[in-house]
Design a protein around this ligand. Structure first.
Ligand SMILES: NC(=O)c1ccc[n+]([C@@H]2O[C@H](COP(=O)([O-])OP(=O)(O)OC[C@H]3O[C@@H](n4cnc5c(N)ncnc54)[C@H](OP(=O)(O)O)[C@@H]3O)[C@@H](O)[C@H]2O)c1
Length: 411
């Protein structure tokens, strides 16, 4: 392992989020200073442009050319890196060869996927190989699902300290979120809808809160799911469905399973968006629920999906402007209750738009955590979740270097 020249290689350095990540790594770690990292992708001219944008100091960044389907090139890439961080998506279309090669070569890996059906396939196909080779594979290292997964970890740590027991029920409510989607994210979401259309059995898998839990693991209990407008007495407000909940809840349940039911065998977790109080809150919740439902229906009808892709939604490579990223942010509220009825409240906030500015910083710190904080001797290979592998270490990094704060609330 020690002979691998780079601590981290960013595969997909030319993607919308990859370019923000490269700038972040450069500003945060330099080039071959605190952390040795390199940039990889399929197009050398595009990689050169990304490197040039860093200014003179960026000339030291090594560039590696590899196509996502070229296994010999990916093998060479993996052999040059302790950690590969990938932003090449949709992962269900391009991601499998790299995961396979990482699992084969014992290379640690993290990414931004939120494609549950793909993660399930990867775990099923490559977990045994990753365990044998020592490769630690960590999906979901962006807005989905670090704030949710680590937010629950934070709540549970404090519940244990304060009450000597975990919260058997945790709710996450999105209080605010400023930011928009990039073309890559839209492409990933639409690809899930396409896969479901081609294989209706997937719908059942995607509806299962335990979809990516190890088989025979956690006890299955009925999970709450905000499917339309609802009044939430714990927050004294109306709530609407949250589009990322179908990803984040699955990741949080896998964390609980990997931690041997540390949150309890009948742990319940759900997510929704706060829309306010009174009639206005109720109407906003109903409109949000209806809007999300309409988008899902439209996206699953082939010709409508094509028209949305062509005329309405951002194309791959497009995303929010640097100004919009700076003005963005998120505020997530957590409410946990133990079996004895003790309550704990917490907040997780971010200082950039969730999908890109904040996501790139979270991904950069996840890669750095994998390279520097979780020794291979102590943490074995396999498919991990961010909270199960990083725990408090990444909370410290995110608070100190990524503008993400985790706080307990009095009320
Ligand atoms: N979890 C989260 O919170 C979160 C947030 C943001 C994004 N994401 C996900 O992250 C991924 C990237 O998003 P984005 O908006 O940055 O995407 P994007 O701008 O569309 O970029 C896609 C990247 O994939 C590369 N690529 C495509 N085909 C390739 C191939 N055959 N070989 C090598 N590279 C290939 C592209 O290279 P070229 O530049 O050469 O075309 C580009 O670098 C998406 O899957 C998105 O869903 C997740």
């Amino acid at each position: 392992m020690t002979t691998r020249p780079h601590d981290i290689v960013v595969f997909g350095a030319t993607s919308f989020v990859g370019q923000i990540l490269v700038r972040y790594l450069y500003d945060e770690f330099g080039v071959a200073r605190d952390l040795d990292w390199a940039a990889a992708g399929r197009s050398l001219p595009k990689l050169e442009a990304v490197r040039k944008a860093l200014g003179r100091g960026g000339a030291k960044v090594e560039l590696i050319q590899a196509d996502a389907a070229d296994e010999p090139a990916l093998r060479a890439l993996c052999k040059s890196a302790r950690v590969v961080v990938s932003t090449v998506g949709p992962y269900a279309l391009y991601g499998e060869p790299l995961v396979r090669v990482c699992a084969e070569t014992g290379t640690d890996y993290c990414d931004l996927t939120g494609e549950v059906q793909w993660m399930r396939r990867m775990i099923h196909k490559y977990e045994a190989q990753a365990q044998a080779s020592g490769a630690r594979i960590v999906h979901n290292c962006g807005f989905d699902s670090i704030p949710s997964d680590l937010g629950v970890h934070f709540v549970q740590r404090h519940a244990q300290e304060k009450f000597g027991a975990p919260c058997t029920t945790v709710k996450m409510r999105v209080r605010s979120m400023r930011g928009s989607f990039s073309g890559g994210t839209v492409a990933s979401l639409l690809n899930v809808l396409k896969e479901v259309k081609a294989n209706p059995a997937l719908r059942k898998q995607l509806a299962d809160p335990y979809a990516i839990c190890p088989p025979g693991g956690a006890k299955r209990v009925r999970q709450a799911n905000v499917g339309f407008a609802e009044y939430d007495a714990d927050f004294d407000a109306w709530v609407a469905p949250f589009v990322m909940s179908a990803i984040n809840t699955r990741v949080v349940h896998r964390t609980n399973a990997l931690l041997h039911d540390a949150y309890g065998p009948d742990f319940r977790y759900d997510e929704a968006m706060l829309t306010g109080r009174g009639l206005r809150g109720r109407l906003t919740a109903a409109a949000t629920g209806a809007g999300l439902g309409a988008f899902m229906v439209a996206g699953s009808i082939g010709p409508v999906r094509t028209a949305l892709e062509k005329y309405v939604l951002p194309a791959p490579g497009e995303g929010p402007s640097p100004e919009a990223q700076l003005k963005g942010g998120f505020d997530l509220r957590f409410h946990g209750r133990t079996a004895a009825g003790d309550v704990i409240r917490a907040r997780v906030t971010g200082d950039r738009d969730p999908g890109y500015g904040s996501t790139a910083k979270m991904l950069g710190q996840a890669a750095a955590c994998l390279a520097g904080d979780v020794a291979k001797k102590k943490v074995s290979g396999g498919f991990w979740t961010p909270a199960a592998i990083f725990g408090d270490r990444i909370i410290e990094r995110l608070q100190a270097h990524a503008g993400v704060r985790f706080e307990l609330l009095e009320k």
